[in-house]
Design a protein around this ligand. Structure first.
Ligand code: AHG
Ligand code: MN
Ligand code: MN
Length: 322
């Protein structure tokens, strides 16, 4: 098994970017330990605070955000950071070349039930000479990402990483504290019989998505002529990991449940990094009308509809939207 740096060096990845990725992973190793301690270290449950998006923060949302923020800013490798749990971007080293957007703990509603959670991150180059305090440095489409990944804190701690040369899996060897390469070049199977949705929202979706899912549920009695199975972890990081491992379609589509919040998932630190990992593994990531990584952002906490996964199934879903 090979360690992280030789693999990325062989890809021609700049040393500074490797060091930045290692810095993110240093925080994730500690998060893995903290999450694993669970009730023993008093980190479960909620705080009394809300983030800027009006969501109650879990204790672990706050703790994981602080860990990543401190380690990244101290490292000197980042010009600025953007986080789900920070109202605004935070300036770092003016001379640094990279910016990082992250969801410190995805699926945090799962913390108290000992179910899957993870950290999602997206790395882009900072525009040259840009002011680290200027949030517009984050207003770049996802296709500009130079690296993207997540760390899934499950029965084992797994890193999915891409630097634009395929998607790889690494597993944290907890005896040595090292991420070891355990799968080179993940590929999402083009065909699938699995879908991942929060079905309780179905009546609020647009007709195209309702029709598509109705046809999946109709199985061999409907137009698809075969049966589909449903899986839902309620943490994007867990659902996307399953799709990367064995295929599937994951969607969190636009809904009308709350007119102020037509979409749930955030572009910069959820949709974009997952889209890059999925595309680098041969899958598709779309909003229903456009490629996720082509979207020009206009706000750091901007939300988008997400449809991603196995190529043929996502294309079928998109055909309902035409
Ligand atoms: P977060 O915990 O970072 O706020 O993200 C949760 C997201 C995503 O992971 C998941 O797919 C979705 O919210 C589930 O939400 P619902 O259970 O409300 O459908
Ligand atoms: Mn999230
Ligand atoms: Mn989160």
């Amino acid at each position: 098994m090979r360690r992280l740096p030789p693999v990325l060096l062989e890809d021609g990845c700049p040393r500074e970017l490797i060091s930045l990725i290692r810095t993110v992973l240093a925080a994730c190793k500690e998060i893995s330990f903290r999450v694993g301690q669970g009730a023993l270290s008093g980190v479960l449950g909620s705080t009394l605070d809300e983030n800027i998006q009006g969501e109650t923060q879990k204790k672990l949302d706050v703790l994981t955000n602080q860990l990543l923020k401190d380690i990244l800013l101290e490292s000197g490798y980042v010009k600025a950071i953007a986080s789900e749990e920070e109202d605004f971007t935070v300036a770092g080293n003016p001379d640094a070349n990279y910016i990082v957007a992250f969801d410190p703990l995805d699926g945090s509603s799962n913390t108290d039930i000992n179910s899957l959670v993870g950290t999602i991150f997206s790395i882009m180059a900072a525009p040259e000479g840009a002011d680290p305090a200027d949030p517009s440095i984050f207003m770049q489409p996802g296709k500009n990402q130079v690296a993207a990944g997540y760390v899934l804190y499950g029965p084992s701690t797994v890193l999915a990483l891409t630097t634009g040369k395929g998607t790889r899996f690494f597993t944290l060897d907890k005896t040595h504290g090292t991420f070891l390469l355990t799968q080179d070049f993940a590929t999402v199977p083009e065909e699938t019989s699995e879908f991942a949705i929060n079905a309780s929202n179905q009546r609020h979706w647009q007709p195209a998505m309702q029709n598509y899912i109705n046809d999946l549920i109709a199985g061999d009695t409907g137009p698809r002529g075969r049966n589909f199975n449903m899986r839902w972890i309620a943490a994007m990081v867990g659902d996307v990991h399953r799709v990367l491992c064995r295929g599937g379609i994951f969607t969190y589509p636009t809904d009308t449940k709350d007119p102020n919040k037509p979409n749930k998932l955030r572009l910069l630190y959820e949709a974009n990094p997952m889209a890059m990992l999925i595309e680098q593994a041969g899958g598709i990531a779309s909003t229903g009308t456009e490629r996720i990584m082509d979207i020009q952002p206009d706000a750091i906490h901007q939300r988008v509809a997400v449809i991603l996964g196995s190529k043929n199934e996502v294309e079928t879903c998109l055909s309902y939207h035409k």
